[in-house]
Design a protein around this ligand. Structure first.
Ligand SMILES: Cc1ncc(COP(=O)(O)O)c(C=O)c1O
Length: 424
């Protein structure tokens, strides 16, 4: 027997109807599946807005939403409306944000290997800031700069050498990293010196992002301490602590809130007399638990004495995290959140890979049958955005739900979308 799904993993405005169906912001899961099909990403709009407001309160001097977690025009304009800037990691993310009406000055461009085209695009569009990641990037900017141009505002990305205690693929602040300038070897100071003397760049401050899905408060503290020392030493106007705050995916997990994270960072800065503006760029903690994915069960295969495979109509194309990082998820039946989940299962997708697993060690009520709707919570971050067309599967739709209404923000792909770039 495995306990019922913890409602704390679900979007804020989730309820259960009298007949047992799960309801997101006033919209029943079965109605959503009927209208939009499955797999379907369902985002609780008010939940996202609430997390944006929490972030703005936690970092009143400036906070950007890390668009890589989930990006669509609706998401970009929502974050902007709530007072956030946008952290974009490529020209593509910048393009979507600009198309959504976010002013260029509210964008910060990241990337460890920005191309000439991307840097030129940032300059032409008047993107607010770029985060410089390498000496080659400084040289590229200087090459693109002509006398009379306005220098581009920039932060320098520091690698503080702090262990984030997360999956190695999403650790980014250790010394052995492709990101940023190492502090311990003096490269960070060298980069600050070069940029300070560059006519093409106006140095605004420093930045560090130690990794994603970080639960260790001490790691945030250590990284902020190192940034604080550097910001003070060079009298820099901005200190950005990046993102990374972990969120619970499983019933027995817990994390600190965005407000608590902000308080930890501010306390370290206060203790060290930092005068720089303290900024941040959370992604996962804004959107992860705002969404669920709805799937339809297509096959149940019971391998006696081994395991029961439940296959749904999605898979690694809508959520590659389990295949990439071995990430854990819960799953439950949309029509029955009340029964014990007494049947151990492995939830798999429809791809031609044994690694196409959505929930390795899940459990659902044994009444589950073909055609039933399954829900996986906490799929709002790095699900749709990391998705693919592998096996020429059509990417799912995304809806925002609010006050009993659903709004389609990304339509489901059709077969014709598979050939839009195919030249024949
Ligand atoms: C530079 C940078 N900032 C912010 C983020 C957002 O991190 P998270 O979604 O964990 O908050 C990332 C994600 O990896 C990142 O690389």
């Amino acid at each position: 027997m495995v306990e019922k799904i913890s409602l704390s993993l679900l979007p804020d405005n989730t309820t259960i109807s009298e007949d047992g169906m799960i309801v997101f912001a006033g919209v029943r899961a079965d109605d959503l599946a009927k209208e939009y099909g499955t797999p379907l990403f369902v985002y609780d709009e008010e939940h996202i807005r609430q997390r944006c407001r929490e972030a703005v309160n936690a970092f009143p001097e400036g906070v950007s939403y890390a668009a890589k977690a989930f990006l669509s025009k609706a998401m970009a304009s929502l974050a902007y409306e709530e007072g956030m800037g946008l952290d974009v990691a490529t020209m593509g993310e910048a393009y979507v944000a600009l198309q959504a009406g976010v002013p260029a000055r509210k964008l910060t461009l990241h990337g460890n290997n920005k191309s000439f085209d991307e840097l030129q695009y940032a300059m032409d569009k008047g993107i607010g800031k770029i985060v410089i990641d390498s000496f080659d990037e400084i040289a590229k900017i200087e090459q693109l700069f002509s006398a009379g141009d306005t220098p581009i505002k920039a932060l320098i990305r520091i690698t503080p050498g702090v262990e984030a205690h997360t999956h190695e693929y999403i650790t980014t602040g250790e010394e052995d990293s492709k990101f940023g300038f190492t502090l311990s070897t003096g490269l960070a100071e060298k980069a600050i010196d070069i940029v300070n003397n560059s006519k093409a760049i106006e140095l605004m401050g420093i930045h560090a992002h130690i990794g994603s899905q970080v639960f260790t408060e001490e790691s945030f503290r250590r990284s902020t301490e190192m940034l604080a020392e550097l910001a003070n030493r060079f009298s820099l106007p901005e200190l950005c602590v990046g993102g990374g705050l972990g969120v619970p995916y499983l019933n027995d997990e817990s994390s600190i809130s965005i407000a608590e994270w902000g308080a930890i960072v501010r306390k370290v800065c206060e203790e060290r007399g930092v005068t720089a503006e303290i900024t941040a760029e959370p992604g996962r903690s804004i959107v992860a638990s705002a969404a669920v994915t709805l799937y339809t069960i297509g096959t149940i295969k019971e391998l006696e004495g081994i395991r029961t495979y439940v296959a749904v109509d999605g898979g690694m194309h809508d959520n590659p995290r389990p295949a990439l990082y071995g990430s854990g998820y819960e799953t439950f039946l949309a029509r029955d959140t009340d029964s014990e989940r007494d049947m151990p299962i492995t939830l798999v997708g429809k791809h031609c890979e044994s690694g196409d697993v959505l929930v390795r060690n899940g459990s659902i009520p044994s009444s589950a049958a073909i055609g039933d709707l399954l829900v996986t919570p906490v799929t709002g971050a790095y699900g749709h955005s990391m998705g693919s067309n592998y096996n020429k599967v059509l990417r799912p739709a995304v809806v925002f739900v609010k006050s009993g209404q659903a709004e389609l923000v990304i339509r489901r792909e059709g077969l014709e979308d598979l050939l839009t770039t195919d030249m024949g």
